[in-house]
Design a protein around this ligand. Structure first.
Ligand SMILES: [Zn+2]
Length: 261
């Protein structure tokens, strides 16, 4: 593994998400490369600060109680199911309780996953701001930035320039979000930086925009038919939503078929 490959996998490594073979190669490289070793230490230190400073997901009390009850099915059945005669009735109640607890688990898992994703995206944004790695390709020309991703990603990210609207394209870079290699596009607004993270959307995951504020940063997230978008900045939400609107508008223009003659 060379330094570039190691650095791309840094996030996955500190999250313990690398396949075992790659992890061994990664660690072997760090044993003999002081630069990469230092990078990893800084990354771990930053992670610790963010973990300490950023709010964590707390399961709502009702969900927590339900999960606790679900993990003691014997006790909860005794409490909730009165001894009503009829074997079928008891079975039906037991089955519906099981469904409730499975549903709650799925909900909790889904929420925890989306929380971890928000955290990962925010960390990537913050890291890019502290001068570690803002852009791999520095250009305001979308015809330079878009082809730069060729061969570096397994998809071709849509790249637009909104300089005319006051949001110039500054460049792009590769990022890992979880185990997925994603495109990060950097746009500017006066002295503010906007990171746009995007990757192909999972089928059937279309959903409207969500907005979240963490630690003074705003995160906008939505799925277009083709891509999952995360937009992060310390820019005010009004401007950030205007910017997101430009992205969505450009996307739907690009997606609509050319007018028939
Ligand atoms: Zn190295």
């Amino acid at each position: 593994m060379i330094c570039d490959e190691v650095r791309l996998r840094l996030d996955a490594r500190v999250d313990d998400e690398l396949p075992p073979a790659e992890m061994a190669e990664f660690d072997a490289h760090l044993q003999q490369c002081a630069d990469c070793h230092t990078l990893q230490e800084r990354r771990l230190a930053l992670r610790e600060v963010l973990a300490r400073e950023l709010p964590r997901f707390e399961a709502p009390a009702a969900l927590r109680r339900e999960l606790e009850a679900a993990s003691h099915p014997a006790a909860s059945e005794k409490q909730r199911v009165k001894p009503i005669p009829g074997r079928w009735w008891t079975l039906a109640v037991a089955a519906s309780l099981a469904m409730v607890s499975v549903g709650s688990w799925q909900l909790a898992t889904l929420r925890a996953k989306s929380d971890a994703l928000t955290q990962t995206v925010l960390e990537s944004h913050v890291r890019s701001l502290i001068g570690e790695h803002l852009t791999d390709v520095v250009s305001s020309d979308l015809h330079t930035v878009k082809p730069w991703f060729n061969g570096r990603l397994d998809f071709s990210p849509p790249v637009y320039d909104f300089a005319g609207r006051g949001y110039p394209l500054l460049g792009g870079r590769l990022e890992y979000v979880g185990e997925r290699k994603v495109a990060a596009l950097v746009y500017g607004r006066r002295k503010h930086m906007i990171n746009v993270f995007l990757w192909p959307a999972d089928a059937g995951m279309a959903q409207g925009p969500t907005t979240e504020t963490r630690h003074g940063y705003h995160l906008l997230h939505w799925n277009s038919p083709d891509f999952t978008y995360w937009v992060v900045s310390d820019l005010g939400t009004t401007e950030l939503e205007e910017f997101a609107g430009l992205l969505k508008g450009a996307d739907s223009v690009a997606a609509s078929p050319p007018p028939s003659p």
